[in-house]
Design a protein around this ligand. Structure first.
Ligand code: ADP
Ligand code: MG
Length: 475
């Protein structure tokens, strides 16, 4: 691919990111690659069939118009599923000298960087129909810091367990925002668990679970189902928030119960806590919350610096001359605050740039190369519990008063204010909010929201109170 095509593709991706928003972009487009451009048509690829059909059904027009904004002559987008082989067998690519072949992948990521860990590939894992694993995502390359100490320790514990050991916490449920290391940790568990020991660890994304595992199980008899489950010692499921559909969830619930009851370990990652997985039913939610639930907070500056250093060290395995001065690392750690993916992207760009242009990395070059990765801080994600806590404190009632059925004026008003804030400051639905306020009906929530809206419009004291609560929550 030429540099011009590469640049265009970067701009198309930025456009797409802006049109669909950060969350949608990371969910559906982060793994989309540009294969080629021919006159009127652009060939793109994604790693799974599920992504392909989803993007085709929902985003074809937008992808096309983002291309047309760059290249008006484009009239067609071909989307294909790229074979797993490219991702799973990076070893050969590494052997090729960097100058001899086009090195830029779609994210400006030289193929070499894709493989620095040398964990043994598990035949087990493939035979069981697991999702592809990235050989770089191991414990060795995972940097531990304040925000992920507990999650890391729990993951290690799980990975080191032996067949027949008592299971300490089940399921282990890890949640965190995008790019904070969930997939890294889960794949590390899978690599470590499958290496050497007699255990079988199966890593599945929720989408794979929906479309592969469940389908395979459905075609078998109940007996075969149990047999298949018996073979798995640790089931690892990534991105559980994508699990959709009633029958899939029933199947998931069934699998979860069967495994836990049989003393097998389940490890799950999602972008939110179990209580916020709105589409799951109560039983599954409480089963999920019944093990160990750990949150990984956003990466602190020190951890970001650690991740950058480990990335540079990894790159230096293949590119000994690649050197990133301390001041550049400090600059990156200070300014790229968003997530681990951007840190990785930054190092890859510096590597590509310094290799292609044969120039040492300088602060000036870094500032230029990573400009678009520096994004304004995301607004804080406010939780319903925080709202309840802050409101209770403000009105001098307890949180359980807010959730109780008491109807005295001193609790009713604060409760309504809290519901109003939950509706305006979070993305939770009315039924979800009702559920989180002691199992109230959604019409009660709606009534509260309308009531407070009306009051705020004419009651300055209340309006100031609400503003002050908002400020406290957004700090
Ligand atoms: P998530 O699944 O939470 O969205 P990933 O696990 O894909 O995030 O992490 C995004 C990128 O950041 C990956 O390249 C990952 O290796 C890196 N990363 C995140 N946290 C860490 C960490 N603690 N140590 C090393 N790399 C990390
Ligand atoms: Mg992930």
């Amino acid at each position: 691919m030429t540099n011009t095509e590469q640049d265009r593709w970067s701009r198309v991706k930025s456009r797409l990111r802006t049109t669909v928003g950060e969350d949608v972009y990371t969910s559906w487009f982060a793994r989309m690659d540009l294969e080629s451009v021919h006159d009127e048509s652009v060939h793109l690829s994604v790693p799974t069939r599920f992504l392909k059909s989803w993007i085709q059904a929902h985003y074809t027009d937008r992808v096309l118009s983002c291309w047309q904004a760059e290249m008006p002559e484009v009239h067609r987008i071909d989307l294909t599923v790229r074979s797993a082989i490219r991702a799973a067998a990076p070893v050969k690519e590494v052997a090729a000298p960097i100058e001899a072949r086009p090195v830029m992948r779609s994210e400006g990521r030289p193929a070499e960087l894709r493989s620095f860990a040398t964990a043994p590939v598990s035949a087990n894992h493939d035979a069981l129909g697991g999702s592809p694993l990235d050989p770089r995502l191991t414990f060795a390359s995972f940097v531990v810091g304040r925000s992920n100490t507990l999650a890391h320790a729990a993951a290690r514990q799980v990975a080191e367990g032996r067949r027949g050991d008592p299971v300490m916490f089940n399921p282990l449920y890890i949640h965190a925002g995008v790019g904070l290391g969930k997939t890294h940790l889960l794949q590390a568990v899978t690599w470590a668990g499958n290496s050497g020991s007699e255990r079988k660890v199966l890593y599945l994304t929720a989408e794979k679970f929906m479309y592969g595992f469940v389908a395979a199980l459905k075609t078998q008899t109940a007996l075969a189902f149990k047999e298949a489950l018996r073979g798995i010692d640790v089931l690892v499921i990534d991105d559980l928030q994508f699990l959709q559909g009633k029958s899939t969830q029933a199947e998931f619930c069934h699998t979860l119960n069967a495994l836990i009851d049989a003393g097998r370990q389940v490890v799950i990652a999602a972008d939110r806590p179990p209580s916020d997985l709105e589409s799951l039913d109560d039983r599954v939610r409480s089963r999920l919350a019944g093990g160990l639930v750990v949150e990984m907070a956003s990466l602190g500056e020190e951890l970001r610096l650690g991740i950058l250093k480990s990335r540079v060290a990894a790159a230096r395995v293949h590119h000994a001359s690649f050197d990133v001065p301390e001041e550049v690392l400090d600059y990156l750690a200070r300014t790229i605050t968003h997530n681990g993916r951007d840190l990785e992207g930054a190092i890859n760009r510096l590597l590509a740039h310094s290799k292609l242009n044969n120039q040492p990395v300088t602060l000036e070059m870094a500032e230029r190369e990573v400009r678009d990765l520096i994004r304004p801080q995301e607004p804080k994600r406010i939780k319903i519990e925080d709202i309840q806590r802050v409101v209770a404190r403000q009105y001098n009632v307890s949180r359980s008063d807010l959730l109780s059925s008491r109807r005295t004026a001193n609790v009713v008003r604060p409760r309504q204010v809290a519901m109003y804030l939950a509706k305006t400051l979070t993305l939770r639905s009315l039924p979800e909010i009702g559920r989180r306020f002691g199992g109230r009906d959604h019409t009660t929530v709606l009534h509260a929201v309308r009531k407070i809206e009306a009051l705020v419009a004419k009651d300055t004291a209340l309006s100031e109170e609400v503003e002050s609560l908002k400020r406290q929550l957004q700090e």
